[in-house]
Design a protein around this ligand. Sequence first.
Ligand code: ATP
Ligand code: MG
Length: 437
Amino acid sequence: MAMLIRTILNEMIPQQMQNFISSKFFDLASRCLSSDFTFIIEERWQAVNNETFRAVEAYLPTRIGPSTDSLLIGSHEPLNPRSPPKQSIPVDCKIIDEFQGMHLEWTLRSIESKNYFPREKRYFRLSCKKSNRDRVMQSYFPHITRTAESILNKRDTLNIYTYDQESSMWESTVFKHPATFETLAMEPELKQSIMEDLDSFVTRKDFFEGVGRAWKRGYLLYGPPGTGKSSLVAAIANYLRYNIYDLQVQSARSDSDLRHILTSTTNRSILLIEDIDCSTKVAHDRTKIQDDQEDDNDQQPNRLSSTDPGVTLSGLLNFLDGLWSSCGDERIIIFTTNHKEKLDPALLRPGRMDVHVYMGYCSAAGFRKLAANYLGIKDHYSFATIENLLENVTVTPAEVAQQLMKSDEPEAVLQSFIQFLQMKRNEIQKQDGKQES
Ligand SMILES: Nc1ncnc2c1ncn2[C@@H]1O[C@H](COP(=O)(O)OP(=O)(O)OP(=O)(O)O)[C@@H](O)[C@H]1O
Ligand SMILES: [Mg+2]
């Protein structure tokens, strides 16, 4: 009978088709009969960063064992016995893990493509026994998430990312900024309230979920140059141990590009957009830009080329509180500006940026903090004179810091600082006199 069927098939179906059918049949049969199951975890999930991939990436280096045959190692600092090089998993290297009696095999794979961005697509393959599939989902993945969370909470190095338009990827550098809340010169009550706001933000995941809000917090830092806006961003990153994504809005060619850029950032991070008043020149009303171009043929540094659709303000705002904002958790978004009054009112409307922080000129309390930082002194007989002068002279913390760095001899530095303030006060008085006459 079987012979008969085979003969009929041979006569009816061309050889090529027969080969195709039999290869598909064997493929299907081997999959059904195999006792193995494979999980695939891609770097991106439904167009955004895949947090499961990040968790596995953090977890696997803790599972390097005798069966591992290669490793990536590297360091951002000169090696010393107290800080051995960091380890990471190379492509195609197999990592074996055992969990609650299950045998689990991991491999990191990578495929290159010329057709899509990013050019490299990475994914993890996890093989286990088919009979363990449910246990892997219910117990093993939660175990990975918990372990990764505690590793990431303790991360000893922070990164700052900048977006590279050429490769359409965020590029990272180690972030080592010394600014902390302790070193910042600002009003103690303001500092305290920012720290409390951050503390309550990171611990209130359930609250955000309960009230149906995305777990995000927006800060607008404004004030004159040199008053510590960037230093405050660094202090926040150091305090929360969050990486920073430093976005130049001009590096996005269109709203959809911006969407790609923003969805490639990871959780527990700060999205920083500095000088938003300059960035939103691009983002302002297109027709206004055209009008401006007709009026003035000068090259505008912040403007994209005329063939470029550019980023619109609404594209940016969609991320702040639109539907896209619900992609990703535990994000802090910080805008800085020297000119709050120049910002589009849409950015300032209540509820858009949760906290507005004014970073102002140096106060008496600010000066005392800087004197402690730079000269290591908490009090000095000349402080009263200086504090008196500071009431009438506007000087930025950056200027004060520059003066205090002139020497490490407090007496000489403070006297020269008094002269500097007196000079500034005299200039102000001269100008006031001119205006009156
Ligand atoms: N509030 C401050 N506390 C401590 N140091 C400060 C403060 N403000 C400024 N400085 C010092 O001045 C330098 C410049 O400050 P920073 O870059 O933070 O100012 P900024 O407000 O971001 O200025 P810009 O508007 O030009 O970007 C810092 O590196 C720091 O040394
Ligand atoms: Mg700055």
